[in-house]
Design a protein around this ligand. Structure first.
Ligand code: HSE
Length: 436
């Protein structure tokens, strides 16, 4: 099988995520690409540092030349963050006609033009999906999915640390310092948290969103930016009483006078879709002329979501590289596709809502309940409409999570009872968020 050799500049939180995704999803990645991806070297400041167990110690180096000057390495993945030495190394890699993947929003927001033109000149690509909103494929959506539309406005929660802090303060009454500490422990706060809570991180991301939405480069330093440090528990409680939650939003829109960009805390009506974004989650609401409103929601930070976005960029680059080498268009999502049959619904378990229309005679409730029991259907809740003896009434049952086939056979038997006046109505109940 063909092999693509890559080198990582940086092996911290995100680097650990990248290595883990490459290891854990190796078989899937190989099926998608028809090739394997091998990490040859990882640049670190010190080989003795604390890092993810997945990072192989024998591949660590403190010498960037071992990556930049290795002709076998075709893709350089920059995960150091900050401007220097990342800029010099990325320019060096592009100068040697290596493709680059980076998660570095500061670098792309401030030196994007220079890097794009160097990449163009050398006939290589620079991908940076992970730089904005971590794992959410928002740049890909803007560049490809919405490429034919006119973007009018983008409103985003693009800093997970700020959202985590504000959400914890408003939902649990947590103190600002404790919430910030939890964000740092979870590995999604910047090394310098002033970048998060001061709004600078969101301004860099907004600058990149504006670039891909409007084709205009705006210096992040020129974006009116306010942090969340002035938001007090009192403001959050007062806003709550008025029907609002406080969120830190980044907004970019087009006006006849030019692009209007801003990052600051704002009172958002509780029924607004962005008001429901919890914890460290990010969300980007795009308003575009043909599509209308579309929402991109997910984990905007953390080693695994960000690592996933980096690896997806690597996969995309590989596809284009192979196509270019072979002189034909890139393959579809998978290099090889297998034929599969979906499993039968009978094997799927879920809760159910059941409405049985019966004649209200003594014992009917017991008959329905015991029939359900005989078929292995456990009842969570059972209510019967008020009605006199002999009246038609509705009996509503909520079942526990049971296999489909049990519910089906129970309902078939119940519908055969003389007292049942019409076929029962049954709907499946969706499990809570995150459940099957
Ligand atoms: N510090 C950033 C955040 C990490 O909290 O969103 C992802 O860019």
């Amino acid at each position: 099988m063909r092999e693509v050799v890559i080198g990582l500049l940086g092996a911290g939180n995100v680097g650990g995520g990248v290595v883990r995704i490459l290891q854990e999803n190796q078989a899937d990645i190989e099926r998608r690409l028809g090739a394997s991806v091998r990490v040859k070297k990882l640049l670190v400041r010190s080989v003795d540092g604390d890092r993810d167990d997945s990072v192989p110690r024998h591949l660590l180096t403190t010498d960037p030349r071992e990556i930049l000057e290795d002709p076998e390495i075709r893709i350089v993945v920059e995960l150091m963050g900050g401007i220097e030495p990342a800029l010099t190394m990325v320019l060096d890699a592009l100068g040697r006609s290596k493709h680059v993947v980076t998660a570095n929003k500061a670098l792309m927001a401030t030196h994007g033009e220079q890097l794009f033109s160097e990449a163009q000149r050398r006939g290589v690509s620079i991908n940076f999906e992970a730089a904005v909103a971590g794992g959410i494929p928002i740049l890909r959506a803007l560049r490809e999915g919405l490429a034919s539309d006119r973007i009018e406005r983008i409103t985003g929660i693009v800093n997970g640390t700020c959202n985590y802090i504000l959400d914890a303060m408003s939902r649990t009454g947590a103190a600002y310092e404790d919430a910030l500490k939890a964000a740092q422990d979870a590995g999604f706060a910047e090394a310098d948290p002033a970048l998060d809570v001061g709004g600078g991180d969101a301004a860099q991301k907004l600058s990149l969103l504006a670039l891909l939405s409007f084709g205009q480069r705006v210096d992040p330093e020129a974006i009116p930016t306010e942090g969340i440090t002035r938001v007090r528990a009192f403001d959050i409680a007062a806003a709550d009483g008025l029907g609002y939650v406080i969120k830190s939003l980044a907004e970019a829109r087009q006006t006849p006078e030019g692009p209007a960009l801003r990052v600051h805390p704002v009172l958002v009506p509780k029924e607004h879709i962005l008001a429901t974004v919890r914890g460290s989650y990010n969300a980007v609401l795009v308003e575009s002329r043909a599509m209308g409103r579309s929402l991109y929601h997910g984990r905007g930070a953390g080693p695994m979501p960000t690592g996933m976005a980096v690896v997806s960029d690597i996969i995309e680059l590989c596809r284009h590289m192979f196509a270019f080498d072979a002189g034909r268009p890139p393959p579809e999502a998978f290099a090889t596709v297998e034929t599969a049959t979906p499993i039968s619904l009978d094997e799927v378990a879920h809760e159910n809502y059941l409405c049985v229309h019966v004649t209200n005679v003594p014992g009917i409730l017991g008959r329905v309940a015991s029939c359900l029991g005989r078929h292995g259907v456990s009842v969570k809740r059972l209510e019967q409409e008020l009605g006199g003896v002999g009246d038609p009434v509705d009996m509503v049952v909520v079942t526990e999570r049971v296999p489909e086939s049990n519910v089906r056979s129970a309902v078939a038997e119940i519908d055969g009872f003389d007292e049942v006046l019409a076929p029962s109505h049954r709907f499946r109940i969706q499990g809570p968020d995150g459940a099957e």
